[in-house]
Design a protein around this ligand. Structure first.
Ligand code: DI6
Ligand code: FE
Length: 399
């Protein structure tokens, strides 16, 4: 057989079934950036391709971080200190801090400055075996800066071996220029910002923040209708602070994912399961905000709603630079099982982005791999810190 590269002497967690699709002493072969063969080493066809001996390492599909706000100016360590002193997230936001303080720093930054600030954050994710990262806008809240954030995100993908997937989140908060005119701002997003992002091919999806302090169901519908007119799939920040029916709303719009869901009800989860909307769980935000409401994992299991896990990397509620740490928090805080957590950063995270070409080690899919020096997959969820990643392969090339 004609292969470009072969990886041998590895144990595989293919993610091909709900028990991780384990293959001991497996082999993977690539051709033109895709997986051309995967299975037990003894079945590998004869070939003349260069071979990498993995020394008994474990190979998983390259990890997918499916919900980040990685591109932003400044940071909010000072607000973190204020919160330690007793101020709440909401109080800081009402005093003009929070998302609006990051908005000011982001508006003041050039594209090059945004890229330079984001690169170390991206590199931290890549070092752990991440090969696909979703990046949202949402700190510009006006057209120029929203598009600049998305351009910076695209530039990150050109500067590092990684797939970057972008989401336009202009409907994240109401900017000061539109204070008291939230509906008008939602219309501005639908009529001006989405068409511009679509015309420049800067957005792969459209996201919105639907909550008691966010946009209403009607405003969200307006924004999503504009997305659909431009052929863009939608996602929703839902039910983080209150149960306002966000899970059901996301399902009604056929969203790829609904994210957060700390306070979702089980009818909403059932609706998501019916439409195939993925539940993206963000335990970093739960930890940082010291949330005591956890997402309804039991309802997700009962209804067969797929669960993904992500960092929510953002300067306010989840300054999380480690997806492996989220695996631990998913298990420890939310009581996910090891297979649920690992599917949540591979197959189900890819589904949350509408990417059917990755997240599983299977023939025909992208050859994105993460190699770990571990004895069993549970170690990826078990250690609290540390990094057992010893290699990454992106589209068949060692990265
Ligand atoms: N939910 C989040 O977790 C981020 N945005 C959102 O809608 C937090 C954004 C921030 O505090 O900067
Ligand atoms: Fe978020």
């Amino acid at each position: 057989m004609s292969f470009d590269n072969v990886w041998l002497n590895a144990n595989l967690a293919t993610m091909g079934d709900d028990a991780l699709g384990l293959i001991e002493d497996g082999a993977i072969a690539s051709k033109n950036g895709r997986i051309a063969w995967v299975g037990p080493r003894t079945g590998l066809p004869a070939h003349a391709a260069p071979v990498t001996d993995c020394g008994g390492a474990w190979i998983l599909p390259g990890l997918v971080d499916c919900h980040t706000h990685l591109v932003f100016g400044g940071n909010r360590a000072a607000e973190f200190e204020q919160r330690l002193g007793g101020a709440t997230y909401e109080e800081i936001a009402r005093a003009g801090g929070g998302i609006l303080s990051t908005m000011r720093a982001t508006r003041a930054a050039s594209e090059a400055q945004l890229v330079q600030a984001a690169l170390p954050r991206l590199d931290a994710l890549l070092r752990e075996g991440v090969t696909t990262v979703e990046v949202k806008s949402g700190y510009g809240l006006e057209p120029e800066t929203e598009l600049r954030q998305l351009r910076a995100a695209r530039a990150l993908g050109a500067q590092r071996p990684v797939s970057i997937v972008t989401s336009l989140l202009a409907a994240h908060a109401v900017p000061p220029e539109y204070k008291g005119r939230q509906g008008e701002y939602a219309r501005h997003v639908a009529e001006d910002i989405i068409p511009r992002a679509a015309a420049e091919h800067l957005a792969d999806a459209v996201d919105a923040f639907f909550d008691s302090i966010g946009f209403t169901a009607e405003e969200t519908a307006l924004v999503f209708a504009a997305a659909q007119r431009h052929g863009l799939p939608v996602k929703l920040h839902a039910d983080q602070l209150t149960d306002c029916g966000g899970a059901a709303l996301a399902a009604a719009h056929g969203a790829l994912s609904a994210d957060h869901l700390e306070r979702s009800n089980s009818a909403g989860i059932a609706a998501m399961a019916r439409t195939g909307t993925v539940a993206v769980l963000l335990p970093g935000a739960t930890l940082i905000l010291r949330e005591t409401h956890f997402p309804p994992i039991a309802a997700m299991r009962e209804h067969g709603c797929r669960m993904a896990l992500s960092t929510d990397m953002n300067p306010g509620s989840s300054p999380a630079l480690s997806l492996l740490l989220m695996l631990n928090l998913g298990c420890t805080l939310f009581r996910m099982t090891v297979p649920e957590a690992l599917l949540g950063v591979t197959r189900h995270a890819a589904a949350a982005l509408g990417l059917g070409d990755r997240g599983v080690l299977a023939e025909g899919l992208r050859c994105d791999l993460a190699l770990y020096r571990i004895q069993r997959p549970a170690e990826l969820c078990y250690w609290l810190g540390g990094n057992p990643c010893i290699g990454r392969v992106v589209a068949g090339i060692a990265a």
